[in-house]
Design a protein around this ligand. Sequence first.
Ligand SMILES: Nc1ncnc2c1ncn2[C@@H]1O[C@H](COP(=O)(O)OP(=O)(O)OP(=O)(O)O)[C@@H](O)[C@H]1O
Length: 262
Amino acid sequence: MSADAVIRLRGLRNAFGPAVVHDDLDLDILRGEVLGVVGGSGTGKSVLLRTIAGLRRPQGGSIEIFGQDALALNDDDRRTLDRRMGVMFQDGALFSALTVRENVEVPMRGVPGLARDVRRSLADLKIALSGLPWAAGDKYPSELSGGMRKRAGLARALALDPEVVFLDEPTAGLDPIGATAFDELIKGLSRTLGLTVFLVTHDLDTLHATCDRIAVLAEKRVLVTGTMAEMLKVDHPWVHEYFHGPRARAAQDTAGQTGEEG
Ligand SMILES: Nc1ncnc2c1ncn2[C@@H]1O[C@H](COP(=O)(O)OP(=O)(O)OP(=O)(O)O)[C@@H](O)[C@H]1O
């Protein structure tokens, strides 16, 4: 199974001064999967995302991405690698002084030989792909709803046709209908584009609706990985409470109903 890993973490260590966040953390992210990362508050889900995406250098361990040692690349090779990955932050992290289209064009500016009108057309395509109306391209982030800003953030993450996308709590702050629509968007994009998705979430409905596998962060490492069915059998106290608590039951019921309807 791990032969298909596009990202392989071994012995990863992250610390802020004396505070150790990850210690001896191992994880494989498989080609084409949607991997949901869960864990209690402060267990280091966002730090893990930032570390894999190259936004933070770990204190130890190895990160292999597309078969390359990501921590040993020179600047040019790192830039090439970064173009194969897209990141969507929780609030979209858009530039407020730029329109949505200009925001989506930002990552394209580093691509040599890409004419301005081609860039614009590509940005419009990503905006449409992210489920935003055509007119959204000319709007500023402050003119959009929270859900639309997230979609704009997703459009920017998709700007360079990445093979892997990192999503930090994509449904946080969305109403249930907006969250369900976003879940469907992620699942649809993963299927149609063959994207590998690394998704940090607290949202049990998202885990049911979109994730092929789940990784649980606890005790400074990835405690367990597996399908939802496998998670239900884990008897670690936090994992059991998380997947069997009242919210988990409600999400299971919803997923069951959706499955019956589908
Ligand atoms: N830049 C930083 N400087 C110091 N400590 C940090 C920094 N970034 C994160 N931390 C610490 O690392 C730990 C993990 O943070 P992280 O944001 O990854 O947690 P999380 O699992 O994503 O939490 P949540 O679910 O609440 O968003 C926390 O204790 C946090 O305070």
